[in-house]
Unconditional design. Structure first.
Length: 105
């Protein structure tokens, strides 16, 4: 199945503690059905000191379920669903169902 959300996409969080916030996908894990979004689902982790990294408590992004994310519409920035269609060159492309705008291609 083709990926509806990809690295670099702007997404809106639909549920959870970060509901309504948006960010850019920095990593997608399709087998787990999760994604990492910059600035979203921040957690505190204890970091051990090493030669190149200072120790202490650091904030970092945790993975979020793909079903809790929706693509940000290119026109108005609101959440939209993703559809697929074939463009003029015969290539399969994604489009925003809310506005009909092409996402890639």
């Amino acid at each position: 199945m083709a990926a509806k959300l990809k690295k670099g996409d702007r997404v809106v969080v639909l549920t959870g503690k970060d509901k309504g916030r948006n960010g850019e996908i920095i990593r997608v894990m399709p087998k787990e059905g999760r994604a990492m979004v910059s600035g979203i689902n921040m957690v505190k982790r204890h970091q051990r000191q090493s030669a190149d990294v200072e120790g202490g408590i650091v904030n970092k992004e945790a993975a979020i379920q793909l079903s809790n994310l929706a693509l940000e519409d290119p026109k108005d920035g609101k959440p939209t669903r993703v559809g697929f269609k074939v463009n003029d060159e015969g290539k399969k492309v994604r489009f925003a169902k809310r506005s009909g705008e092409m996402i890639d291609g």
